[in-house]
Design a protein around this ligand. Structure first.
Ligand code: C5P
Length: 220
């Protein structure tokens, strides 16, 4: 049986993984898995239902009962359009806390594996190459300096009319990186066989082209 190909794109917060992964998927006609959205959905639901972010058991139940619905570019949870709501900084910070809990990660394991469908999948996150799809033929670890990432996040928020402070953004994302790298389960780290791509000085287009070029090389 021929394995369904997967391209994994892991990396720290605001490294541009989401945009790059979605464009690579579109270029190849592959499915796209935004695994961070699952942790964000879990955090969003916990915050909404006032579940304590310390209560691992209850958070595990929230994660295993999640039934999100993905339609076009929209994400619905329990009938509510949460596409923009789960992108709030507050939800991102809570997501990195719930993501450190083994029960939550375990509950979200199967749903991620099930996203592997023909003709192929591009998956972005923190542990796509190291834990979820260790047999992926191409693994990319996308990084960028903290300043470049804070600037990108600042610009994104500005486009949405949200005023942000660049120093606070830099501090928040460094703290999130630290939590993602230091947790005991599935810490943020490049898979041993990942290709490292630093996008600090690269445009989105150049980054996408590099990934497509690498994919061409591994499939030739
Ligand atoms: O990628 P994104 O910023 O949307 O992810 C939100 C949070 O979810 C991250 O800070 C990280 O803690 C967690 N996450 C994870 N493993 C993944 C994807 C996201 O732990 N595969």
């Amino acid at each position: 049986m021929q394995m369904i190909p997967v391209i994994t794109i892991d990396g720290p917060t605001a490294s541009g993984k989401g945009t790059v992964a979605a464009r690579v998927a579109a270029a190849l006609g592959f499915f796209y898995l935004d695994s961070g959205a699952l942790y964000r959905l879990c955090a969003y639901k916990a915050l909404k239902e006032k579940v304590s972010l310390e209560d691992e058991h209850a958070l595990g139940e929230v994660a295993s009962s999640l039934a999100p619905h993905f339609e076009d570019a929209k994400i619905y949870l329990d009938g509510e359009d949460v596409t923009d709501k789960i992108r709030a900084e507050e939800v991102g910070v809570a997501a990195s806390k719930v993501a450190a809990l083994p029960t939550v990660r375990k509950a979200l394991l199967e749903v991620q594996k099930r996203a592997r469908k023909a003709p192929g999948l591009v998956a972005d996150g923190r542990d796509m190459g190291s834990v979820i799809f260790p047999d992926a033929p191409l693994k990319v670890f996308l990084t960028a300096s903290a300043q470049a990432r804070a600037q990108r996040r600042f610009n994104q928020l500005k486009e949405k009319g949200i005023v942000a402070n660049i120093d606070t953004l830099t501090r928040d994302l460094e703290e999130r990186d630290r939590r993602d790298m230091q947790r005991a389960v599935s810490p943020l780290a490049p898979a041993k066989d990942a290709k490292i791509l630093d996008s600090s000085e690269l445009s989105i287009e150049a980054t996408v082209n590099q990934v497509l070029q690498w994919y061409k090389e591994v499939t030739q």
